[in-house]
Ligand binder design. Structure first.
Ligand code: S3P
Length: 386
């Protein structure tokens, strides 16, 4: 399994501003984490192979040019938090998709902390020290939560974040493992867990494909990431720890209960990255599944509600686009078709799973975008279809 993308960003950023050297094995090889690595190098951090040489909380240097976050919202938002607390200004830019995504949600709390911050392009930093705040998140977002907590490392007084619904807690776990009593960070060696959001594509395939029986070794099973396993269960063995994160070996299971899901809108924040592939699964359930509470999908790497509606409709699914999700009637056999990923890695992989469940040939346009989070995805598809 590819290394967890969310934890890879955080392990790199936190070790970059820690004291000491950290070995990070099994980092995500995806382009998003590559963007974080490149930005940290530009800020004067020495990174080689799997080793990060921490510069300490106050050791970052101004980058010689704008920091390119590529397609990665996590890179831009988390670095905005760290850079807000620096005595120099930084400029962060991204590709066309990232440039369209909402950044006010990060800038607003950073400004409240006293930071200089504007957008577009994203400019932060140069006004210190920050002051601690208690911030009530208006949307459930782990990226915004993390940005505020990271800025809190540079603030006077206490910084707290209150979430409307629980989101992934990797930043909190790493901070707890790395913080010293005097408020600095100690380098932490870590073996990255496999990415549960990448595993979700295989879990759904295994749940619905009559011939699929897949072993997924070393997957992160942090409860804030694995709510999707309550809908598409997998077997779990050899539970262990990778630093502060729980890991297990998963094995796919055929889905025993094929009735349509009764959806609690609060669940959507818990399965936000798995929703595209869960929508694929819903096309095979008996009855109507109304996935709601997922408006955030409209501001991901693409408008994932629209992208999955178009792709699944082209494959013969009976679904209606809602403002905040989909209404999906099943079961409907899927037909192979030419579908568009819209350059969005999770849409491409969800449509690939739909294609593996369908009769006939499916072509995914823009298929190469899987390299954002899962560079080996298509090789795995070939391997399991052989
Ligand atoms: C992420 C948080 C989520 C998620 C994204 C990764 C993170 O985004 O969709 O893929 O690593 O913190 P939001 O914070 O915008 O919900």
């Amino acid at each position: 399994m590819p290394g967890d993308k969310s934890i890879s960003h955080r392990a790199l950023i936190l070790n970059a501003i820690a004291d000491g050297e950290a070995r990070l094995t099994g980092l995500s090889a995806g382009e998003d984490v590559g963007s974080t690595t490149a930005c940290l190098r530009a800020l004067g951090v020495h990174l080689q192979d799997d080793t990060v040489q921490g510069v300490g909380l106050h050791g970052l240097k101004p980058a010689p040019a704008a920091l390119d976050c590529g397609n990665s919202g996590t890179t831009m938002r988390l670095l905005a938090g760290v850079l807000a607390g620096q005595p120099f200004e930084s400029v962060l830019v991204g590709d066309a998709s990232l440039s369209r995504r909402p950044m006010d949600r990060v800038l607003e709390p950073l400004r409240r902390m006293g930071a200089a911050a504007s957008w577009p392009p994203l400019r932060v930093g140069g006004r210190t020290p920050l002051r601690g705040i208690t911030y009530q998140l208006p949307v459930a977002s782990a990226q915004v939560k993390s940005a505020v907590l990271l800025a809190g490392l540079y603030a006077e007084g206490e910084t707290a974040v209150v979430e409307p619904a629980p989101t992934r807690d990797h930043t909190e776990r790493l901070l707890a493992a790395m913080r010293t009593p005097d408020g600095r960070l100690r380098a932490l060696d870590l073996e990255l867990p496999g990415d549960p959001s990448a595993a979700a594509f295989w879990v759904v395939l295994g749940a619905l494909h009559p011939d699929a029986d897949l072993e997924l070794p070393g997957v992160g099973v942090n409860a804030s990431r694995t709510a999707y396993l309550s809908l598409a269960p997998a077997g779990r063995g050899d539970e262990r720890w990778a630093g502060p994160e729980p890991v297990a070996d998963l094995r796919t299971l055929p889905l025993a209960d094929r009735r349509a899901w009764r959806w609690d809108p609060a669940l959507s924040a818990q399965v936000i990255d798995e929703l595209p592939v869960l929508a694929v699964a819903a096309t095979q359930l008996e009855g109507t599944t109304r996935i709601t509470g997922a408006r955030e999908l409209r501001v991901k790497e693409s408008d994932r509600i629209a992208a999955m509606s178009a792709g699944l409709a082209a494959m013969g699914a009976a679904l209606k686009e809602l403002d905040d999700g989909w209404e999906i009637r099943g079961p409907r056999p899927l037909q192979g078709a030419r579908v568009d990923s819209r350059g969005d890695h999770r849409v491409a992989m969800a449509l690939a799973v739909a294609g593996l469940l369908a009769e006939g040939k499916t072509e995914v346009e823009g298929a190469e975008c899987v390299s954002i989070s899962y560079p080996g995805f298509w090789e795995e598809v070939e391997r399991i279809c052989r």
